[in-house]
Design a protein around this ligand. Structure first.
Ligand SMILES: C[S@@+](CC[C@H](N)C(=O)[O-])C[C@H]1O[C@@H](n2cnc3c(N)ncnc32)[C@H](O)[C@@H]1O
Length: 208
């Protein structure tokens, strides 16, 4: 039987999000699928996927982050085109509708500037997803933190660690999920980080 030694787990998987790892274990991301990491940052969630033969694309508003991802991708998978990685706001990504089998968006949506911006990002991620495709999102929300955070504007909250974030509540998430007519592949899952923040994961399938 093939073993990955405990000491090389990080070398294989990098700092991949544990809830995304859960989707891998469930077999929902396979070799050869076309995957967009929306708000990829420096690419911690795609290091493994690139090596595993997933056709990875990335978008991020930060040019510096995209440069770093391009150089990581060129080292790990020289055949992957640097054109797969683009500087863009998630409300308008330069990819065709129904281009991707999987879209992941980890720790990005709470940087929305307003509810309109939040909705337009989710809509855009939904548009670029193929029928039958999966959208995985992990974001900070108010779930489980109701009344514990300082609200400074419409859905905007002063976070205990400093920044002001846009926090959706459960009702908004469910409203949007119903509007786009998505199937929930998992229940909403929320982790409370002490009295600091709440991180919610939703995993949706687009009707085939
Ligand atoms: C906390 S990092 C998360 C990066 C990566 N997804 C991860 O899980 O490690 C947030 C990233 O979202 C990007 N970002 C924030 N708002 C964005 C927007 N409206 N459109 C595209 N990228 C955005 C930032 O530039 C940053 O790289």
């Amino acid at each position: 039987m093939f073993h990955i030694p405990l000491t090389s787990l990080a070398a294989h998987f990098g700092n991949i999000d544990i809830y995304l790892f859960d989707q891998l274990l469930k077999g929902r991301i396979s070799k050869g699928v076309k995957l967009l990491d929306a708000g990829c940052g420096e690419g911690r969630n795609i290091q493994y996927l690139i090596q595993a033969g997933v056709k990875v694309y990335g978008a991020d508003v930060s040019a510096e982050a995209i440069d770093k991802v391009k150089s990581m991708a060129s080292e790990l998978a020289p055949a992957l085109s640097p054109k797969n990685f683009v500087v863009a706001d998630l409300s308008a990504v330069p990819f065709a509708d129904a281009a991707f089998d999987v879209v992941i968006c980890s720790a990005v949506l709470h940087f929305a500037k307003s509810e309109e911006h939040f909705r337009s990002m989710v809509q855009e991620l939904w548009h670029v997803l193929k029928p039958g495709g999966m959208l995985f999102c992990r974001l900070s929300t108010t779930i489980g933190m109701e009344g514990k955070l300082q609200q400074v504007g419409e859905r905007m909250y002063q976070m205990p660690h400093g920044p002001v974030w846009f926090l959706a509540d459960e009702a908004l998430l469910r409203e949007i999920i119903a509007e786009i007519n998505a199937e929930m592949l998992e229940p909403l899952k929320t982790v409370l980080v002490e009295q600091e923040r709440s991180m919610t994961t939703f995993v949706l399938r687009k009707a085939g």
